[in-house]
Design a protein. Structure first.
Length: 140
C-alpha cells in the first residue's frame, strides 16, 4: 500500500513538473506582455483568450503530456495500471479549477478535462506489461 501511495505522489509531482516545463517553453516562445498584471483575474482571462493559437495549443499539450508522464511513472512504480487514475483525476480537477478561476476559450475548457484523462488513459494502456501482475495474481 505504501508503494502505491508513493507512486501516486511521485506521479502527481512529475505531472506538475512536466506541465510547468511545457508551459515555460510556451512562455519563452510567446512571452507575456509586460503590461499584464498576473494577479488580475480579468486581465489574465482576457490574455488567455487572445493568446496566439500556438501558445494555446502548447498549454493544452502540457495538459496532455504532463499527466501522461506522471501517470506512466505512477504505473511503473506501483506496478498497477489503476495508479494512473488518481494522478489523472487530480490534474483534471486542477484544470477545472483553473478554467473556473480564469476565463478560457470553450475548446480549452473542454481540453482542461479531456487532456489529462486522455494522458492517463494512454499511460495506463501503454505501461510495460512485464512488471505488472496479471488479474489472476491480483485475485490471489
Amino acid at each position: 500500500m505504501g508503494r502505491i501511495i508513493i507512486s501516486i505522489a511521485v506521479g502527481i509531482a512529475a505531472a506538475i513538473a512536466a506541465i510547468w516545463a511545457v508551459e515555460m517553453i510556451s512562455h519563452m516562445l510567446h512571452p507575456l506582455p509586460a503590461s499584464l498584471d498576473i494577479w488580475n483575474r480579468s486581465q489574465v482571462g482576457n490574455y488567455i483568450g487572445s493568446m496566439p493559437a500556438a501558445a494555446q495549443a502548447l498549454v493544452v499539450l502540457a495538459w496532455l503530456l504532463g499527466p501522461a508522464i506522471g501517470c506512466a511513472l505512477a504505473v511503473r512504480i506501483a506496478e498497477r495500471r489503476w495508479a494512473a487514475w488518481p494522478v489523472a483525476g487530480l490534474i483534471a480537477a486542477a484544470g477545472i479549477a483553473n478554467i473556473l478561476y480564469y476565463s478560457h476559450p470553450l475548446w480549452m475548457q473542454v481540453a482542461a478535462l479531456v487532456a489529462p484523462l486522455l494522458g492517463g488513459l494512454i499511460a495506463s494502456r501503454t505501461a510495460p506489461d512485464g512488471d505488472l501482475p496479471t488479474e489472476g495474481e491480483l485475485a490471489s
